[in-house]
Design a protein around this ligand. Structure first.
Ligand code: SF4
Ligand code: SF4
Length: 451
């Protein structure tokens, strides 16, 4: 790596360096508690997916270029140059992360590994090693934003097709999927595809809402890619649309990252206060049921029903009770998964990982197991591309029925509900003890994670 490239990459860290990042760099105790919190490490047993190990790659560059000890005695302090080998390791560890932040929840210091990996993504992009597919999808979204008139007829025609279905479902021949409606109260920003538009349109229609649908999609591939400027511009497309239409509220669909970007990040990125309320569709449906705008029939759902808290909406967004209230308005047979709420496992499909074919195996190794293992019927959930829910469910059940040569062991460091390979555990143990860890940390691991 030449000096210009090196300056560019260390400059990325320098630009992102603030008190919080410095603390994350300095404070990790290598207790490895986070290992049993990460679905990918637990599911694959691969050392590169241990959360602290992922962050360690950034820490190694930090030590070399931002600490005196690492600069002068790099071998002793595990300081490294961001060479090709390190960047290769960094790519796998970084883009595989779903950003679920379960590791942060269990870390005794609340180290936000997903946030450290956002710095890693910026480094990879600066090195020309960002994820190609996510970059292309982000660019396509921006192109559409810049040339919306070019796409308008196709988009509106798609909405008209869905409108016919909404009329059939509601029995109302005048039901609409309104586009570009000036003075609407609500702007609904859907994902691409009828699955994200039709149900919401039926609910808005039944509730008598004054709504309109956005010309843009909520999914933010700029955020997944780690390019914050692109992420801001992708969100800005429908913020500008909302301002132009004069709406009072933006409602986002099931996409948790879209909700998080809009609710938590956009104002800081754009340094402007949004003049409207932001709601998730689950909050809106719950509101409609509670204020009587829509009525639902209890008993339509048969069998035991449960709910899987999505990471961005639940652990990172704080929406826990509204979805449970919705389900319980439909059935008396609701049972919570264990764990649930903040402690819920990631489904394995977030962070744009579905768009990256190279991580398909990693995603499926862990993502489908939680709900079937709980013993409840899986009626829906995260669907791998091109495969049916039924196929996914069968595969998950088959995997659960496989004999295990080693069952999870409570009361040891293998406290998580899925076995990991002896080799990876040995690596993790070595990692944990290399610079020492605390007995207290080890003990609290089981208490907190293996429930
Ligand atoms: S849980 Fe322990 S090893 Fe993992 S990030 Fe936190 S301090 Fe570091
Ligand atoms: S944010 Fe989630 S996927 Fe990423 S390292 Fe932490 S637990 Fe694993």
């Amino acid at each position: 790596m030449d000096s210009t490239q090196l300056t560019t990459l260390t400059g990325v860290i320098d630009k992102k360096m603030n008190r919080q990042l410095k603390q994350y760099m300095d404070i990790c105790a290598r207790c490895a508690i986070c290992k049993d919190a990460c679905h990918q490490y637990v599911g694959t047993g691969d050392f590169k997916y241990l959360p602290a190990r992922r962050a360690e790659l950034i820490r190694q560059i930090y030590k070399k270029y931002f600490t005196k000890t690492g600069e002068f005695v790099p071998a002793l302090y595990e300081a490294r140059d961001p060479d090709d080998n390190l960047l290769d390791e960094l790519y796998d560890s970084t883009y595989a992360c779903t950003g679920c932040r379960r590791c942060m929840y269990y870390c005794p210091f609340s180290i936000d590994t997903a946030w450290i990996l956002s710095v890693a993504k910026a480094i990879l992009i600066a090195a020309g090693r960002g994820n190609e597919m996510l970059g292309q999808l982000a660019d396509a979204a921006l192109f559409k934003g810049d040339n919306v008139e070019m796409f308008k007829d196709v988009i509106v025609s798609g909405f008209k097709d869905i409108e016919v279905e909404v009329q059939e479902i509601t029995g109302n021949p005048n039901a609409q999927v309104p586009v570009d409606k000036q003075g609407a109260d609500i702007l609904y920003v859907a994902l691409a595809g009828a699955h994200s538009i039709r149900p919401a349109a039926v609910i808005f229609e039944e509730a008598g809402a004054n709504w309109t649908i956005s010309m843009f999609e909520a999914a933010n591939y700029g955020f997944f890619d780690g390019d914050i400027e692109k992420a801001r511009l992708i969100t800005k497309r429908f913020i500008d649309e909302a301002k132009r239409l004069g709406v009072k509220e933006i409602v986002v669909p099931e996409c948790g990252h879209a909700y998080r970007v809009l609710e938590l990040f956009y104002e800081a990125w754009s340094k402007e206060k949004m003049p409207f309320k932001v709601s998730h569709i689950l909050e809106k449906v719950d509101e409609y049921i509670k204020d009587g705008s829509i009525t639902v029939e209890k008993g339509l759902l048969t069998g035991t029903v449960t709910y899987h808290d999505p990471c961005q909406i639940g652990r990172n967004g704080g929406i826990f009770e509204q979805p449970r209230d919705i389900v319980q308005s439909l059935t008396d047979n609701f049972v919570d998964l264990t764990p649930n709420r903040e402690q819920q496992w990631c489904c394995g499909g977030g962070g744009g990982i579905v768009a990256m074919e190279e991580f398909t195996e990693t995603r499926l190794d862990r993502g489908t197991q939680h709900t079937p293992r709980s013993g409840y019927r899986c009626t829906s959930g995260h669907r791998p591309r091109g495969r049916s829910d039924a196929a996914q469910g069968q595969e998950a059940h088959a995997r659960i029925d496989e004999p295990r040569d080693r069952e999870p062991q409570r009361g040891t460091l293998r406290g998580a509900p899925f076995a990991s390979s002896p080799d990876s555990d040995a690596q993790a143990a070595a990692y944990r003890t290399r610079l020492g860890s605390t007995a207290r940390g080890r003990a609290s691991n089981h208490k907190r994670i293996s429930q």
